[in-house]
Design a protein around this ligand. Structure first.
Ligand code: SF4
Ligand code: ZN
Length: 314
């Protein structure tokens, strides 16, 4: 199949029905990310941005694009920060990729280990607690890892003078997080999870604002962009990966296959709820009209029942 420019296509975006060649795909990808940064005012003059770099495709792409976009700006400092959880056979390999990428981009790179911050690697913690399901009652490996990583990332970034932390969260991550928080009924976390807009309380307590320039890009498009652009990254999977997030991931992937665009829908709903909540407004109700054909209540000029009846009678 061909791209609209006439070249051979490398990608088909199902929810749009469009084909893209390599050049058009990469060009559009970069434009989308830049637009998201601009519209959300994610970067301001004077910012020092710590890009959380694990060495995987998402964070590597985030660093690559942030460096590409801002490295010539004198008023913005970009540096990479890797949290080494201490997962043998996994993080040590991705760390090699992270180091190589930062070096090739000429970006300053800091590595902070769990061992240095907490006195113990994740491997050590898991050994002590017993493997999944952990008997501590405090969640599985990913819960512990996530809590410690966010802590180490925020603290180290702040100590290194960062005004913002940039993460490689993608559309899939955002949709999963929203759904997980809904499923758990955790509205507190739900409202905190878009930390691109930190609350006043967060700002006061030493929380470094997060920015997520890739949050509207599907995971598979990031994988393709990284591959087409030859961005050095590690594809291995963590040996401790388990828990609800992975079930939700598989569930959403099945839904997305059958109903292209549902991940966008979830994230749009999330953003809309958050912006209404931030403005202290209730979700706006659409006006109720009387159907012009039958007079019954309707949200449009002609009610849905009359539209369907008209269609079948034609
Ligand atoms: Fe940590 Fe879980 Fe990610 Fe592994 S999969 S790095 S344990 S959060
Ligand atoms: Zn093209």
């Amino acid at each position: 199949m061909k791209c609209s420019c006439g070249k051979e296509a490398v990608y088909y975006r199902r929810n749009e029905g469009n084909f893209y060649c390599k050049a058009c795909f990469c060009d559009q990808f970069e434009k989308k990310v830049k637009k998201h940064i601009r519209q959300g005012n994610l970067v301001a003059p004077g910012d020092a941005i710590a890009v959380a770099l694990s060495g995987g495709k998402d964070s590597s792409t985030a660093l690559y694009l942030m460096a590409k976009t801002f490295s010539k700006r004198k008023d913005v400092r970009i540096f990479a920060l890797t949290i080494d959880e201490g997962i043998k056979g996994y993080r040590n390999r991705s760390l090699e990729n992270a180091k190589a990428l930062a070096k090739s981009l000429g970006v300053e790179h800091h590595v902070v280990s769990f061992k240095r911050v907490f006195g113990m690697s994740l491997d050590g913690i898991i050994r002590k607690l017993g493997r999944t399901p952990l008997k501590s009652g405090l969640g599985g490996a990913c819960t512990w890892c996530g809590v410690f990583r966010r802590y180490a990332l925020n603290k180290s970034a702040r100590e290194l003078g960062a005004t913002k932390v940039c993460t490689g969260h993608n559309l899939d991550d955002e949709a999963q997080t929203f759904l997980i928080n809904c499923l758990k009924g955790d509205t507190n976390k739900l409202f905190r999870s878009n930390s691109q807009i930190p609350s006043r309380k967060q700002q006061k307590t030493g929380f470094v604002q997060r920015i997520k320039p890739l949050r509207l890009i599907p995971e598979k498009e990031i994988a393709l962009y990284a591959m087409l652009g030859g961005i050095n990254n590690y594809w291995g999977e963590c040996p401790y990966a388990s828990g609800m997030r992975f079930e939700v991931r598989d569930f959403l992937n099945t839904l997305e296959t059958n109903h292209p665009g549902i991940k966008f829908g979830l994230v749009e709903a999330f953003d809309s709820i958050l912006s209404h909540a931030a403005a202290g407004k209730n979700v706006e109700e659409s006006e109720i009209l009387a159907c012009e054909s039958c007079g019954e209540p309707s949200s449009s000029k002609k009610c849905k029942a009359c539209t369907l009846v008209d269609f079948i009678r034609k």
